[in-house]
Each structure stands twice: as structure tokens, then as C-alpha cells.
Design a protein around this ligand. Structure first.
Ligand SMILES: Cc1ncc(COP(=O)(O)O)c(C=O)c1O
Length: 362
């Protein structure tokens, strides 16, 4: 008998897509993943470690991490029973898609945007409809509204958008929210750098879900904490698709302590915001470079050269950026995280060197 491969039993939709992946490189300056360059203060780490030494590791973490929920309610101004916490906001995006999307449903997203929406939509069997940004990489709100309201079952709006940095004009959001009961997901992973949020609509619209993360301004990418804000009744439903005990006691403790000590992070967030616009200006003053406005902690930029050569040239100087040229519309683009003033200067110097003849072929 001819035995077929177990791989043939996998859903065709999964076989057809590529996994989310990121290559590893050696570097001095890491500005490829929009992380905060400043680690959490040592005193805070010590407090978490002290707690970890007294707590049994053989026991499950709390089923409901009350101190984290309370901290988040204080920080966001939203009700604890309308908050869900995930192993990174990635887990919550997955839970939301699992709850809403049936095969053939239409997931509307901007293009380019954070790649995981498309991937998770595909895994759920949805048809992913991409609405291109304008040529300056700002949102085409008319096109997005029109597409979602005419054919969409769910929309994800990333604001500020990764990897382009532009905000969705928050006042336009109500145009969508009031005309449909379909879920509207607003990913505010970079909220602390834009300070623009859709939370004011949560009370009036039960189809709004806002996603946030501890991985960016909060310096906790290594501990994986994200959260979602929504109507409490909806939260009980989305919770069904989330695994129990999805965050460990280390992360719960660190997240709660961090929320009690947000002043510790204020300086680094302010510094990144203060660096951002001058950095964009300096990049634009380099012959050949176009850097786009950003309300996040990263900058999208283009050069006339092959982005792979720019990426390698920067890496030769120890600087690791993200080549985003495989994203829709972004054939010439790379993305750099705004880092410490010192790192930013080194990045700019390296970019200048490359643009002044450090790269051979156009
Ligand atoms: C827009 C956006 N959403 C979500 C995430 C993932 O966040 P988390 O680390 O909380 O899973 C990222 C990470 O780069 C992001 O850019």
C-alpha cells in the first residue's frame, strides 16, 4: 500500500502560507524590532526576582491576575471586566480572529501593515482584503471605510501603523463604528509614542476592540504581555479562545510592578519622542534618503539603492535595521527603531557613509 505523507493531511490554507520569521544577525545596535532600547530598571527586576524566590514554582499562576487587571484599569481608565491579558498582544489577535472568523469571511486590513493580521486571518480560513495606503503611506480612510462597510466582516486598523508610522485619524473611526456591528480592531501597540487613542469610543461602541502591548514603550518584550480593551460582555466571549494560565507569574508580577512605577519609564519614552522628529529631519537631509513622518518609535525610510545592500551596509557598521521591502508598496523601504541619542547618531553616520558612495550599484 502506498502510504501518503502526514503533511498531506494539513489544511491546504496552512500549507500555502509562509511562517512568521525573523533572521538572526550579529550586531552592536539593534533597531530592527521597535523595542525600547532602555531595559527596565534593576530595582524593579530585583523586586520581581525576590518575589519569585518566595513563591512556589510548582503551582500555577493565579487564574485571574487581579493586580495586573487593576493596574491596567488605572492606566487605561477602562473597566477591569472589559480587559483581557495575553501572552503578547499577538495571542489576543489570534483569540479575536478565532472567535470571529469563519472560513470565507472577509478580513479587511490596510496594506502595508503588521504582517501577523494577514497570517492569522489566513490560518482562520478568511479571505484577506488589503486596502492600500496612499502613496505617502498615510491611511486612505475613504477606501478603507468603503471596503469594510461594503464587504468586510472584521477590520484591523493599526494606529500608528507598523511599518509606516502614520496614525489613523481617530475622529474618522466613529464613521465606521456607528455604521456596523462588525468588530473593529484598533491595534495601539505604539500608543505611548503617539498618545492618540480610541478609548473614548469604548463606552458607546460594543464592537470596538483596542489592543495594546508591554513590548514597546514598557520595555517588556522579553516577558510577553499584551492586553485588549473591549465591552465586558464581548470580553467574556473572546476569553473562551484564550488559553488558561496564558501568562506566567513572572510576567504578571513584572507587569503589575511596572504599572505601579510608570514614572520610571517616562524619561525613556519622552527621550524617544524627542529624538524622533529631529532624526527624521536629519535623515531627510541626507542626499538620496526619504524618511517618512512617524508617530511611533520607528522610522520608515527609502533610498534609491537596493534595500538589501543598504541593510548589509548598515550591518557592516554593526547596525541592525529591518528590511521591509517585501511588504506591499514598500519595494525600496527599510525601518529603523528610534533608539538612544547615541545609537541614533551612529545609525545616521552609517547611513550618511552609505549614501556618499558606500554602496556600489543603484
Ligand atoms: C502593530 C503591532 N501589534 C502587535 C505587535 C506584537 O506585540 P506583542 O509583543 O505584544 O505580541 C507588534 C510587534 O511588533 C506590532 O508592531
Amino acid at each position: 500500500m502506498n502510504k501518503s505523507s502526514v503533511l498531506d493531511k494539513i489544511k491546504p490554507g496552512i500549507r500555502a502560507i509562509s511562517a512568521y520569521s525573523l533572521e538572526e544577525y550579529d550586531y552592536d545596535i539593534k533597531i530592527n524590532q521597535n523595542e525600547n532600547p532602555n531595559d527596565v530598571p534593576r530595582e524593579l527586576k530585583q523586586e520581581v526576582l525576590d518575589f519569585a524566590l518566595t513563591r512556589s514554582w510548582s503551582r500555577y499562576p493565579p487564574f485571574i491576575p487581579a493586580e495586573l487587571f487593576e493596574g491596567l484599569a488605572g492606566y487605561t481608565g477602562w473597566k477591569t471586566d472589559g480587559i483581557l491579558v495575553g501572552n503578547g498582544s499577538n495571542e489576543l489577535i489570534q483569540a479575536i480572529m478565532t472567535v470571529f472568523l469563519k472560513p470565507g469571511d472577509k478580513l479587511v486590513i490596510p496594506a502595508p501593515t503588521f504582517t501577523l493580521y494577514r497570517l492569522l486571518g489566513n490560518i482562520s480560513g478568511a479571505d484577506v482584503i488589503e486596502v492600500p495606503l496612499k502613496s505617502d503611506y498615510t491611511y486612505d480612510c475613504d477606501a478603507l471605510e468603503e471596503k469594510f462597510l461594503s464587504v468586510g466582516d472584521i477590520v484591523v486598523i493599526c494606529s500608528p501603523n507598523n511599518p509606516t508610522g502614520a496614525l489613523y485619524p481617530i475622529e474618522r473611526l466613529e464613521n465606521i463604528l456607528k455604521k456596523t456591528s462588525c468588530p473593529v480592531i484598533v491595534d495601539e501597540a505604539y500608543f505611548e509614542f503617539s498618545r492618540v487613542t480610541a478609548t473614548k469610543f469604548l463606552d458607546s461602541y460594543d464592537n470596538l476592540i483596542i489592543l495594546r502591548t508591554f513590548s514597546k514603550a514598557f520595555s517588556l518584550a522579553g516577558l510577553r504581555i499584551g492586553y485588549a480593551l473591549m465591552n465586558p460582555e464581548l470580553a467574556r466571549e473572546v476569553e473562551k479562545a484564550k488559553l488558561p494560565y496564558n501568562i506566567d507569574f513572572f510576567s504578571i508580577t513584572a507587569g503589575a510592578k511596572l504599572l505601579e512605577n510608570l514614572n520610571m519609564l517616562e524619561k525613556s519614552t519622552k527621550e524617544i519622542i524627542a529624538e524622533r522628529d529631529p532624526m527624521i529631519q536629519t535623515m531627510n537631509s541626507i542626499d538620496g534618503v526619504t524618511a517618512y513622518p512617524s508617530k511611533a518609535n520607528f522610522i520608515l525610510f527609502e533610498t534609491p539603492y537596493d534595500p538589501k545592500s543598504v541593510f548589509s551596509g548598515l550591518l557592516e557598521d554593526g547596525i541592525l535595521v529591518r528590511d521591509v521591502s517585501s511588504y506591499p508598496m514598500l519595494g525600496k523601504a527599510l525601518r529603523a527603531t528610534v533608539s538612544t541619542p547615541q545609537d541614533n547618531r551612529r545609525f545616521i553616520q552609517s547611513l550618511e557613509r552609505l549614501m556618499k558612495g558606500g554602496i556600489d550599484a543603484k
